[in-house]
Write a protein that binds this ligand. Structure first.
Ligand code: EPZ
Length: 420
């Protein structure tokens, strides 16, 4: 199994290109199920999660053509052969639960494995199911699978919490339902807005995406389209935090403040300089230790849970004490014990972590059980004394395209080694 070895070696300088957003791309791929004409996606990130979802879609009869070294995908769901999303794939990739809405929207029937919990929390799907029932589907849970069927009609749905996945699943189901659907307390994440934009390009009638109320008027059919995947705001935030930890100045190409405004606010409060450039966003460490800042995760436009681990890595080096509160997932501090092994001072009580900044960390062998936790250990390693060896690299391959190459491009001492 591969490992990544990081040696802290001082300030970073240069540019890092930001790839297309994983969490947008996966949902756009699912949306291809809604039409019998091809959906062509450009700026697709080359990630193992994209490959896993491709495998699932192909098992449903979707034909996928890959161009530009995998950065363009042409998905054709003209000849769907199945409406069964098997456990073997859904368990590997939770986002594959998002074939449910498009499948039932297109065929009136879907059987999709329940995803189960994962390392960061229980991650229930009750809002998805209640939403489909409100649209008139009959939903049965049998042998670990959701069996949903029915001729969908518009409805008023209010989510108890602005779930990203549920908003996206219900929006996709509603685009071909009869009549108007109103989704209240909808997720406002850029990924959800980007999915709506793609559906609109395919002929859907959607208003309000990006706000907490989305109105979908059902249409008879969707047509093909070509759509560009937006920049990955979590990859962007991760690489913005790299020079904040290691020092230096890095320009993230393709990034914009609107995607990460809550992170920019916190980084500026910590003393970092952030400038919007023509090509993206530049972060400059102005010297000395950054200041501690408190962070509470929240749905967009609040501070993203997917950047909490990286922010904790930064706070390990800050001057003072920071309180990080995780409000989205119940078990998302798995990086804390690993950072402590590198010399960090962190106390975790329930959903709160108290981080007292230290003068420096020391490299250590570490591993993590999810994508963002893993990358936070790489970031910490950039400024640690000595060698940090991160194992279980497959987590990183799920969400960071060419991580080693991008970090080496700004001068980091990082390499990937294979044990053969
Ligand atoms: C999406 O997950 C992202 N994944 C996650 O990215 C991200 O952390 C999360 O949104 C929050 O921003 C993808 O888009 C593929 P939710 P999702 O439904 O849709 C509870 C990463 O690292 N809930 O908004 O699964 C749920 O348990 C990841 O890239 C219910 O209770 O998130 C959680 O506590 C990991 N019932 C909260 O809501 C439901 O039916 C938010 O979940 C649905 C959700």
């Amino acid at each position: 199994m591969d490992r990544i070895i990081v040696n802290g070696n001082g300030p970073l300088t240069g540019q890092i290109p930001i790839a297309g957003a994983k969490n947008t791309c996966l949902k756009l791929m699912c949306a291809a199920l809604l039409s019998d004409e091809p959906l062509t996606l450009t700026n697709v990130p080359r990630l193992s999660d994209v490959a896993t979802l491709s495998e699932l879609l192909e098992s449903l009869g979707v034909q996928i053509g890959r161009l530009d070294d995998g950065q363009t995908l042409a998905l054709s769901a003209a000849n769907l052969s199945s409406h069964l999303a098997h456990y073997d794939i859904v368990r590997k990739l939770r986002a594959s639960f998002n074939v449910l809405g498009p499948l039932i929207g297109r065929t009136g029937e879907a059987i999709v494995s329940l995803p189960g919990g994962c390392a960061i929390g229980a991650r229930a799907v009750d809002f998805h199911i209640a939403g489909l029932e409100a649209l008139g589907a009959t939903v049965e849970l049998k042998d670990g699978y959701v069996h949903a069927a029915g001729d969908l009609r518009g409805a008023e749905i209010e989510f108890p919490f602005p779930s990203v996945g549920a908003t996206e699943n219900i929006m996709c189901a509603a685009v071909r339902a009869r009549g108007t659907t109103v989704i209240r307390n909808a997720a406002r994440e850029p990924d959800t807005k980007a999915l709506a934009d793609c559906l609109i390009a395919m002929g859907a009638d959607i208003e309000g995406a990006g706000t907490d109320q989305i109105v979908v008027r059902g249409v008879d059919r969707l047509h093909g389209a070509t759509h560009r995947v937006i920049a990955d705001r979590i990859e962007l935030g991760t690489y913005m935090i790299a020079p904040a930890i290691a020092g230096g100045e890095v320009e993230c190409l393709g990034g914009s403040r609107g995607l990460v405004s809550s992170l920019c606010d916190k980084m500026e409060e910590a003393g970092l300089e952030i400038t919007e450039t023509e090509a993206g966003l530049k972060v400059r460490h102005t010297g000395g230790r950054v200041k501690s800042v408190n962070v509470k995760t929240a749905p967009f436009p609040g501070f993203p849970t997917d950047l909490q681990a990286q922010m904790m890595a930064l706070m390990c080096f800050a001057d003072g004490e920071a309180v990080l509160e995780e409000t989205i997932f119940e078990n998302r501090f798995m990086h804390a014990p690993e950072l402590i092994r590198m010399g960090a001072k962190i106390e975790v009580h329930g959903n709160t972590a108290r981080v007292t900044g230290v003068d420096g960390l020391n490299g250590a062998p570490v591993m993590a059980t999810d994508l963002r936790a893993s990358v936070s250990l790489i970031l910490a390693g950039l400024a640690a004394q000595g060698e940090t060896v991160v194992s279980r690299v497959y987590h990183l391959d799920r969400g960071y395209e060419q991580l080693v190459r991008k970090l080496r491009g700004v001068g980091a001492n990082v390499e990937r080694v294979s044990d053969g």
